[in-house]
Design a protein around this ligand. Structure first.
Ligand SMILES: [Zn+2]
Length: 289
């Protein structure tokens, strides 16, 4: 996608090259509630929405040397988060939702402390509502190219979609949807909790699509090819696709993010309509989701 000359965000916290700091004594990621983009790729089952369990972030300082490619990705990520700030501020105004409190994008390498416990690169990008931050290890984008075979360049819509999806969880948090769903997930069995998770994830895909809709409307920055790459990416991170690839079959009751068809459907719906009122994943039946 074309982002030349676009502004970078001021809400970026660069922790690359820093240590992980002091651990908070809450059992790390074991105490977290979960749902995750691309996590299954790494063979894990932890996710990209972490629920706050308390504690605060502490880092130690280290030098960090980045390659030119990494710097390119860092600028790209900053431009994408800046775009989400402008667009969501505009949407909030348009729909009378109020001021948009933007999340912070944290760039880190390896592992880092969050208000939700320790974040690790193997989890993939994630959002922590406890500190309203999106956590991203830029190496993830290389993994994405390699493992998903997403052929996009370093500023592809597929990569921007990953960031916009995490911002989508931030929107869910601001709307109260995230906390409400997490409360219900804690009060039910795993199979039902997974169903809530799928609806949260598809809603984040939808919001990513809404962002892309406005991005293209305002800046004409998205080509048909960009769009196809992002849709291909959504297709390759469906639970059914990933499970079949990893183990040869899919177990629908264990899905936490939705099928490939569902992920493409909700991203496309957001992109085509740009209408936040269509974020109805919690109102859909299993059959219509
Ligand atoms: Zn997600």
């Amino acid at each position: 996608m074309r982002l030349d000359g676009r502004r970078e965000s001021e809400n970026v916290e660069d922790r690359r090259g820093m240590g992980t700091g002091t651990k908070i004594g809450l059992g790390g990621i074991g105490g977290l509630i979960i749902a995750g983009l691309i996590t299954l790729l790494m063979g894990g089952n932890i996710g990209d929405v972490l629920q706050q369990v308390g504690g605060s972030a502490i880092q130690t300082e280290n030098g960090h040397e980045a390659t030119a490619e990494e710097e390119e990705l860092a600028v790209f990520a900053s431009q994408v988060i800046a775009s989400t700030e402008d667009i969501w501020a505009q949407i909030f105004k348009e729909y009378g939702i109020g001021q948009y409190p933007a999340p912070t994008l944290v760039l880190y390498t390896g592992a880092t402390q969050t208000a939700c416990g320790q974040g690790q690169a193997a989890m993939g990008p994630f959002y922590c509502s406890g500190d309203q931050k999106v956590y991203l290890d830029l190496a993830f984008f290389q993994t994405m190219d390699r493992q998903l075979g997403v052929k996009g360049d370093n500023s592809s819509l597929a990569k921007a979609y990953v960031i916009a999806h995490e911002v989508g969880h931030h929107i869910e948090y601001l709307m109260g949807t995230l906390d409400k769903a997490h409360r219900k997930m804690q009060a039910t069995n795993q199979t039902n909790a997974n169903k809530y998770s799928v609806r949260l994830e598809l809603m984040a895909d939808f919001y990513a699509g809404v962002w892309a809709h406005y991005e293209n409307r305002y800046f004409n920055s998205i080509s048909d090819r960009d769009l196809q790459e992002a849709i291909d990416c959504a297709q390759k991170i469906g639970d059914d696709y990933l499970q079949k690839r990893a183990q040869g079959y899919a177990q629908p009751e264990s899905f936490t993010h939705g099928t490939s068809a569902q992920r493409m459907k909700w991203f496309k719906l957001g992109y085509q309509t740009g209408d936040v009122r269509r974020a109805t994943t919690f109102q859909e039946s299993d059959a219509t989701l």
